[in-house]
Write a protein that binds this ligand. Structure first.
Ligand code: SIN
Length: 472
């Protein structure tokens, strides 16, 4: 376990520390060095100097080092998973799954590094020729969240490094240990000093200020709340930095009349209760056709009632604790508002001992309630009834968010119509699990822009340059 920050290939201590607790029982896991703004400047300078070297490496040389990093993550996935569960709370199987999911981005982009192709375009004059090349942007500031302490780092850093950029990572102050462990493995993998830097601080604002105002940083990639994303975008605008934002969501999960109800219930459980409901693409609003509503709710209730809560490190735990008290307070308020406006809560309904929130089912909900418009980010399943396709599409799109949407149905014409009409960046059709390194992850509207993963993911870290050759 590393507790100091990784700058220019060295572990650096600070004058102060901040505590990291296990959300399951609030025990202290580590005191992490609390770096200053000056330390952040040092990391940016190191990344800036390293860029001159790293960007000149051949793609296959960068690829080999990335592959080594990937292999080390796979070899250590159990230890990394355990550390992740300790600092974040999710069940160990999910945590190991996240580490492997995160590593798959490194493997994918190690391969994509070799496929950064340019173009030759027929010229606009008989003596002219036009060529296009793609070049790494430069230093990238990667600001990552607590809900996926490992995968959200690799999903940004792997394409950046593959493209030839260098990075300064600011992990969440709630979960910095996974980031530091990844840095230790990066060190072992042989990245030159300064290529990958991790700076931990209990004050994200100070580090965010430096990353967005330092002219040596040419790109900001952020995953987190829409509120913070907007601030970073505003600050980055001063220097017209390139920005990628993966922000909040309000995912609809629609079950049409002809859907396989059992499959829909399974998909809903997977999408709703993953990470105790604390993911941006978690199902937020479940719309069920009135003809199958009661059947669906009965089957969903049975599954919710069997969920096992507990210590993520304990075998069989399916739902871990919430990340902090504020997350619980927010969900309590959402439920209180729904109840006051007439919703029924047949299962769960509030906090449990420790930092747990009961898996909860809410029915008789409508769009006047906060639960319709706010991102729940907790284990609360809210079920709505609908009659027609047009009605449910209007409800599903009635949000400023546009990250993920899901629906279950069998009619192929309906599937095409609905998939095209949903104003979201990602659509799960007869599945509640859509995350993979091979597909472009990202949203529209206030859920952000830019794509992570897939052949598109590396483009966010490249500039296009065209050369016009005259006098040919
Ligand atoms: C997120 O919640 O932002 C990430 C979820 C995922 O990658 O599956």
């Amino acid at each position: 376990m590393k507790t100091s920050s990784y700058i220019n290939g060295k572990w650096k201590s600070a004058k102060k520390t901040f505590p990291v607790h296990n959300p399951f029982n609030n025990t202290l896991i580590a005191e992490v060095e609390d770096m200053s703004r000056a330390d952040c400047v040092e990391a940016i300078d190191a990344a800036y100097d390293a860029f001159k070297v790293w960007s000149k490496f051949t793609a296959s040389k960068r690829s080999r080092i990335l592959k080594k990093w990937y292999q080390l993550q796979i070899e250590h996935s159990k230890e990394l998973g355990k550390l992740l569960t300790m600092e974040q709370g999710k069940p160990l199987a999910e945590a190991i799954g996240e580490v492997r999911y995160g590593a798959s981005f490194v493997e994918w982009f190690a391969e994509e590094a070799k496929r950064i192709y340019g173009d030759v375009i027929p010229g606009h004059g008989s003596d002219k020729r036009i060529t296009v090349i793609k070049q790494p942007i430069g230093v990238v500031g990667a600001i990552t969240p607590w809900n996926f302490p490992s995968a959200m780092i690799t999903r940004k850093v792997a394409p950046a490094l593959a493209a030839g950029c260098t990075v300064v990572i600011k992990p969440s102050e709630w979960t910095p240990l996974s980031a530091l462990a990844l840095a230790e493995l990066a060190d072992q993998a042989g990245f030159p000093p300064g290529v990958l830097n991790v700076i931990c601080s209990k004050d994200p604002q100070v580090i965010g200020e430096e990353l967005t105002s330092n002219p040596k940083v040419r790109k900001i990639s952020f995953t987190g709340s829409t509120r913070v994303g907007k601030k970073l975008l505003e600050k980055s605008a001063n220097q017209v930095k390139k920005v990628s934002l993966e922000l909040g969501g309000n995912a609809p999960f629609i079950v049409f009349e002809d859907a396989d109800i059992d499959a829909a219930v399974d998909g809903c459980m997977a999408s709703k209760f993953r990470n105790a409901g604390q993911t941006c693409i978690c199902t937020n609003r479940i719309f069920v056709h009135e003809s199958i509503h009661d059947d669906f709710v009965t089957k969903l209730s049975i599954k919710i009632n069997t969920l096992k809560l507990g210590d993520g490190l304990e075998e069989g735990t399916q739902v871990g604790p919430m990340i902090n008290e504020a997350a619980i307070v927010k969900d309590e308020a959402i439920l209180a508002d729904a109840k006051a406006k007439g919703a029924s809560i047949p299962i769960g309904g509030g906090r449990m001992q420790g930092q747990f929130f009961q898996p909860t089912l809410v029915c008789e909900v409508d769009k006047s309630m906060d639960i319709f418009s706010q991102e729940i980010f907790g284990p609360i399943a809210a079920v709505y009834k609908f009659k027609t396709e047009n009605e449910v599409l209007a409800l599903a799109n009635d949000t400023e968010y546009g990250l993920a949407a899901y629906f279950y149905g069998r009619d192929y014409a309906l599937i095409w119509r609905v998939a095209e009409a949903l104003e979201y960046g990602m659509i799960g059709i007869n599945t509640g699990m859509i995350s993979t390194a091979v597909a472009p992850f990202g949203g529209v509207k206030e859920s952000g822009f830019g794509r992570e993963g897939s052949k598109y993911g590396i483009e966010d870290y490249l500039n296009i340059k065209y050369m016009c050759w005259g006098g040919v």
